[in-house]
Ligand binder design. Structure first.
Ligand code: 5GP
Length: 357
C-alpha cells in the first residue's frame, strides 16, 4: 500500500484569479476552436462542448438543436441500426455527432453493421466508452476500432492518469475521455471508493496527451467528462487544459432532453439517470446481472424549460471568464489561468444559501 501525499483538486476546490485584460467586450472572446488530430486526418471546427452519451442527453432531438450551435451530441448506446437509418434521412452534420460503443462482442458486431450499412461515415467521431478504461480489453478494442475506421476521430475513456492516457493515444485514439467517479449521478465513489478529483485528473491527463507528438507535430487531446454543475465548472475544465467538455446533467431536464416528464405537486420534473443505474440497466438491457451493483443514481430534476436560454447563459459565462483572465480565444484559457485554492466549505455553504433563497 502507498499513499500519494500530493493534494488533488476538484471543481469546488479552486477559483480563477482575474488578470489584466485589454478586451472591451465579451463578444471579443471566440468560443470556436479548430482541431487537428494525432491519428485522424480530419480537421474539426466548432464549440468544443458535448453532451454525455446518456439516455437523457445523448439523443437525436438534442443533436438537431445543439448542432446548430456547433456543439456535439454523443449518442447513447441504445439506438439501433434501424434507428440510425431513419435518423439520417433528415440529419446530415457529421462533425457534431458521435457514435458510441462499448467493448462487448455485441458492440463490435453493431459497429460492423454500421460500417456495412454506410452509416458510420455519417459521423466524424466514434467514442469507445467504458467506466473503467484500465482494462486490457479496452486497449485492444481501441486498436481494433482504429483498424476498421482509420479516418474517424476516435475518443476513448474513461481514465484519470497520465501513463494510461499515453497508452490510449498510442493505441489509436485521438482524444482521451477523463473522469472516474466524477459524474453527478455516479455512485462509483460511494460503492467502490475508487475515483480522482476532476480538476487534477484533467490537468494530469492533458499534460500527458498534449505532451505527445506524432511525426506531423499533432498532439493528443482530452475531454473533461462529468461533474460540471454550471458554466463555471466548464470554464475551470478549459483552464485545467481540457480541449472539450462533456456534460450530462447540464444538458438534462430540458424540453429537448430525453427522459420522461413527471408532474409532482403541480410542478414539472424530468428524469435523469446514470447509465449503470437500475433504471438504465432494466430499461435497456432487460435486467441487471446478479454479480453487478448499480453504480448510478436515478433522479428527477426540476424541468428547466427550453435549452436555448441555457446555451446563451453557458456561452455568456465562458465569454465573461475570458474577459476576466484576458483570454481572447478558448485555446488561451489554460495559458492565462491561475487557479487559487479556496475553502470548499465556504462555496458549499453559499450554494446552500442560494437554494434556500
Ligand atoms: P454529469 O455531467 O452528470 O456530472 O456526469 C456525466 C458523466 O457521468 C457521464 O459522461 C459518465 O462519464 C458518468 N456516468 C453516467 N452514468 C453513470 C453511472 O451510472 N455510473 C457512473 N459511475 N458514472 C456515470
Amino acid at each position: 500500500m502507498r499513499i500519494e501525499q500530493d493534494l488533488k483538486l476538484d471543481y469546488d476546490d479552486v477559483l480563477i484569479r482575474p488578470k489584466r485584460s485589454t478586451m472591451v467586450s465579451r463578444k471579443d472572446v471566440i468560443l470556436e476552436r479548430t482541431f487537428t488530430f494525432f491519428h485522424s486526418p480530419k480537421v474539426w471546427t466548432g464549440i468544443p462542448i458535448m453532451t454525455a452519451n446518456m439516455a437523457t442527453s445523448g439523443t437525436f432531438e438534442m443533436a438537431k438543436v445543439i448542432s446548430k450551435y456547433k456543439m456535439i451530441t454523443t449518442f447513447h448506446k441504445y439506438y439501433s441500426v434501424k434507428d440510425y437509418t431513419k435518423f439520417f434521412k433528415t440529419f446530415d452534420n457529421p462533425d457534431y455527432i458521435v457514435y458510441t460503443l462499448g467493448i462487448r462482442d455485441e458492440d463490435i458486431e453493431k459497429l460492423k453493421l454500421m460500417i456495412e450499412n454506410k452509416l458510420i461515415n455519417k459521423f466524424s467521431f466514434i467514442c469507445i466508452d467504458v467506466p473503467n478504461g484500465y482494462l486490457q480489453r479496452f486497449i485492444e478494442t481501441i486498436k481494433f476500432v482504429r483498424s476498421l475506421c482509420p479516418d474517424h476521430i476516435i475518443i476513448a475513456g474513461n481514465v484519470v492518469a497520465n501513463e494510461i492516457s499515453e497508452e490510449i493515444i498510442l493505441s489509436g485514439a485521438d482524444i482521451v475521455k477523463v473522469g472516474v467517479g466524477s459524474g453527478s449521478v455516479c455512485l462509483t465513489r460511494r460503492m467502490t471508493g475508487v475515483g480522482y478529483p476532476q480538476v487534477s485528473a484533467v490537468i494530469e491527463c492533458a499534460d500527458a496527451a498534449h505532451g505527445m507528438s506524432n511525426p506531423d507535430g499533432k498532439c493528443g487531446l482530452v475531454i473533461a467528462d462529468g461533474g460540471q454543475r454550471n458554466p463555471s465548472c466548464v470554464v475551470k475544465a478549459f483552464c485545467a487544459g481540457a480541449d472539450f467538455n462533456l456534460c450530462g446533467s447540464m444538458f438534462s431536464g430540458f424540453e429537448e432532453s430525453g427522459g420522461k416528464t413527471i408532474m409532482k405537486n403541480g410542478k414539472k420534473f424530468k428524469e435523469y439517470f446514470g447509465s449503470s443505474s437500475n433504471k438504465a440497466l432494466s430499461e435497456f438491457y432487460g435486467k441487471k446481472d446478479a454479480h453487478r451493483a448499480s453504480e448510478g443514481r436515478y433522479v428527477i430534476m426540476p424541468h428547466k424549460g427550453s435549452i436555448h436560454t441555457f446555451i446563451q447563459d453557458l456561452f455568456g459565462g465562458i465569454r465573461s471568464a475570458g474577459t476576466y483572465i484576458g483570454a481572447r480565444k478558448l485555446k488561451e484559457f489554460s495559458k492565462r489561468a491561475t487557479f487559487v485554492r479556496v475553502n470548499r466549505q465556504l462555496t458549499t455553504y453559499l450554494e446552500q444559501y442560494d437554494q434556500e433563497k
